[in-house]
Design a protein around this ligand. Structure first.
Ligand code: ADQ
Length: 462
């Protein structure tokens, strides 16, 4: 069996206490690394003044973590600049928030080259190299330039936008050329894959063949969809663990019998948080009987706080929450609780289980794991209702959710109302369908399919 080498922007060795807070993706990737033995390579999370820092190697069992620090200024342009102020907004259809700066692009390419050069000495010809996400699109091409012979695959965790939007990127052709240096490109959904095909065709670069193959830049490679999942059984078990139960008992006591609506996200403009708050306001406005009967808890973990658009969003969300509470609060009821912090996964799992409605309404999202976590956490005897944006990749996968257009505030309010009055048998019927899908398409299924497809890909000609 080939050794697996995972590359991601950020690497956090997961040991002991960190295992409780580690995200689903880190845990999922780690599980496949442990199966085959391997390397996890990426940025350490540290910034330094040094120009070219040396990698640090940390071994545990059959797993080796290799991390590099990044120069402070380089990091600003690569991560704070090109990755998060160019690619992230553009790929989420926010052309209005996308900044295009040549120096950022040059630095982005340099960091990808640095990643390739630093990883190169550790690679063996029969390794499977799996590169993750939009920070590292051009790394595969850099590895090829160095003469790397092993199979190299790439998975894009965020959407691939429609060609019409994508071509606004001044370097659209160079990035796609770099993507086509991989042996396998993985997308979250069929829509992303279709957008990619469409771009190749429109630009006269290539075309789709049968069996997940494409032909581009004079050679063939695979491009397929691999919808990411969660560790469903683990999350479901967490929702019933003692700690989750204690946290939800406390939350439950504070509700005084009112129904709970929950939203959980990173505080990011793609997640549609302000629109969701306005939809809740609309629910209270249009369905006055719900006043005093529901509590909406919105949990937003701080994210990318150095990027100005995120600070602006924070102010917007705080102002909207304050306004709604100002409008509707009674001396014995406050409709909205807004928490600007992260919680342990176990605690979140307990909160999800207690909630009658899980509101997952991003304006655009690659997949959205919160939607799947919400489903996994429900109890069969009294499941809640998932209200899900049609613009989340998860909407493709989750038949049984109440699907909404998050821009249509009144429709989201109606969907919330529907969830609040939905009879038990309908909730159960929908949830059983949802849970079966989330369990079948879990994170092990995702990584197994990707690694298998990569192993079957044709290695580059010698
Ligand atoms: P994200 O944009 O981060 O991921 P998501 O898929 O929802 O979005 O994953 C977020 C994770 O963080 C979930 O496991 C969630 O429980 C956790 N989380 C969110 N808010 C939290 C809070 N307040 N406290 C604690 N934990 C919190 C990117 C893409 C997605 C894609 C994933 C995986 O943007 O579209 O689904 O990668 O590929």
């Amino acid at each position: 069996m080939s050794r697996l080498v995972v590359v991601s922007n950020r690497v956090t060795p997961i040991t002991g206490s960190k295992a409780a807070t580690a995200g689903g993706l880190a845990v999922g990737v780690l599980a496949s690394l442990r199966e085959t033995g391997g390397i996890w390579f990426g940025w350490s999370g540290e910034q330094t003044e040094a120009a070219a820092p040396m990698p640090k190697v940390f071994r545990t069992g059959n797993l080796t973590y290799i991390t590099i620090d990044l120069n402070h200024q380089t990091f600003e342009s690569y991560y704070g600049g090109f990755a998060n102020r160019t690619l992230w907004p553009l790929f989420h259809y926010r052309l209005d928030l996308s900044s295009f700066d040549r120096d950022w692009y040059v630095t982005y390419r340099q960091v990808n080259q640095l990643f390739a050069e630093q990883l190169f000495p550790y690679l063996q010809d029969d390794d499977l190299v799996w590169v993750h996400d939009y920070h590292l699109i051009t790394m595969g091409e850099e590895l090829r330039k160095l003469g790397v012979k092993c199979r190299v695959g790439f998975f894009l965790h965020i959407p691939f936008p429609s060609a019409e939007v994508y071509v606004a990127l001044p370097w659209h052709d160079q990035l796609v050329r770099a993507m086509c240096a991989y042996d396998l490109i993985g997308f979250q959904t069929s829509n992303d894959l279709r957008n990619f095909h469409d771009y190749l065709y429109r630009e006269g670069i290539g075309y789709a063949l049968a069996d997940g193959l494409i032909h581009a830049f004079g050679h063939s490679l695979k491009a397929q969809e691999f919808p990411i999942g969660i560790d469903t059984n683990d999350f479901a078990a967490m929702a019933t663990s003692a700690e989750a139960v204690r946290a939800s008992q406390r939350l439950s006591r504070s509700l005084l019998g009112r129904r709970l609506i929950i939203g959980v996200d990173r505080l990011d403009y793609t997640k549609g948080i302000t629109e969701r708050l306005r939809a809740f306001e609309c629910l209270l406005q249009n369905y006055p009987r719900q006043r005093g009967q529901v509590t909406f808890v919105q949990i937003s973990a701080p994210s990318r706080e150095d990027v100005p658009e995120y600070l602006e969003l924070r102010h917007q969300v705080e102002a909207t929450s304050g306004r709604i509470n100002g409008l509707f609060s009674e001396f014995d009821w406050m409709p909205l609780r807004y928490l600007n912090r992260g919680f342990a996964r176990r605690t979140l799992a307990g909160f999800f289980r207690l909630s009658r409605i899980g509101l997952v309404t991003p304006l655009r999202d690659g997949m959205n794991l919160v939607a799947k976590e919400y489903v996994a956490a429900q109890a069969d005897e009294d499941p809640g209702v998932l209200v899900l944006s049609r613009f989340a990749g998860a909407a493709d996968d989750l038949d049984g959710a109440v699907i909404v257009n998050p821009y249509d505030i009144e429709a989201v309010a109606e969907a919330m109302h529907l969830g609040l009055i939905m009879p038990l048998d309908e909730r159960q019927e929908r949830w059983r369908r949802l849970f079966a899908q989330v369990r079948e398409h879990d994170v092990a299924h995702w990584r197994g399919n990707f690694v298998k497809a990569l192993a079957e890909a044709t290695p580059p000609a010698a």
